[in-house]
Design a protein around this ligand. Structure first.
Ligand code: SAM
Length: 250
């Protein structure tokens, strides 16, 4: 936060540790500390968050991208590694994190990234521009509503998945957009909507990858099986939590 107030990087603080701060910088720094003491996330205070190899702008209109979501990016890249110019759909793109990370690795991919929040899409578009990414097309859509009939090589999503009465919602995530977090009584409403329509938007042998809550490692694979997806599997993150479910259109 101090480096941010000085407009310098972190190594500057180590190199110039004996420098006196002027009163403007001090006041700015103290304001940030006070806000952070009430749990307000540092990423919002600084206005940016690193994700994959990218530096992304974040505002209160978007979820702060989480390191756990990099696992989804890693797996998606693996599933499309044999394809030339793969078509990718990222549902609920927020800051653009997943779509832009995939685009940064696969400049040959054709990527559609959607969100129903126009404000989130504005941030995502800015992030595409700042990172020089041109192969992501953004669409404002309630899940598949505005996506023209077509089939993709892979669908990825980190949808809202927190149950509406989850006590975690009173912690620091209370500053993040509720519509990015909460999804009905059991946190499964959006995952259900996505999975109900997924088959019509997947090519044969194409995959869908969904991030979900650590305690949804049975329910999400079950819904995947119910809607007719195959080769369903749940994958643990590096903390050994059930974080992702994947499935294939047979
Ligand atoms: C958990 S956030 C994920 C954001 C980003 N993909 C990431 O991983 O950092 C879920 C996103 O889904 C969007 N969303 C929620 N409901 C939606 C809906 N019905 N249709 C499209 N997007 C939706 C939210 O606006 C939010 O940006």
């Amino acid at each position: 936060m101090l480096a941010h107030c000085l407009g310098k990087n972190r190594s500057y603080l180590y190199a110039w540790g004996d420098q006196q701060l002027d009163s403007t910088v001090c006041a700015k720094f103290e304001t940030l500390i006070e806000k952070h003491l009430s749990d307000y996330p540092i990423a919002y205070l600084l206005g940016s968050q690193g994700f994959w190899s990218l530096d992304l702008k974040v505002t209160e209109d978007v979820l702060i991208p989480r390191p756990e979501t990099e696992l989804l990016v890693e797996l998606a890249l693996d599933k499309i590694k044999h394809l030339r110019s793969p078509s990718i759909l990222d549902l609920g793109t927020g800051s653009g994190a997943i779509a832009l990370a995939l685009a940064s690795e696969r400049s040959d991919a054709n990527i559609i990234a959607t969100d129903y929040s126009a404000k989130a899409l504005a941030v995502a578009k800015e992030n595409a521009q700042c990172n020089g990414i041109q192969n992501v097309h953004f669409i404002e859509s309630n899940w598949f509503d505005k996506i023209k009939p077509q089939v993709f090589d892979i669908i990825v999503s980190n949808p809202p998945y927190i149950p509406e009465k989850d006590p975690h919602l009173n912690q620091s995530i209370r500053y993040e957009p509720r519509q990015a977090l909460v999804s009905g009584k059991q946190g499964l409403d959006d995952i259900y909507s996505i999975l109900q329509n997924a088959l019509s938007y997947l090519k044969n042998n194409a995959w869908i990858l969904l991030e979900h809550g650590y305690d949804q490692g049975e329910s999400v694979p079950n819904i995947m099986k119910q809607v007719g997806l195959q080769e369903v599997a749940c994958i643990k993150d590096y903390n050994e939590n059930n974080r992702l479910s994947i499935a294939k259109k047979g």
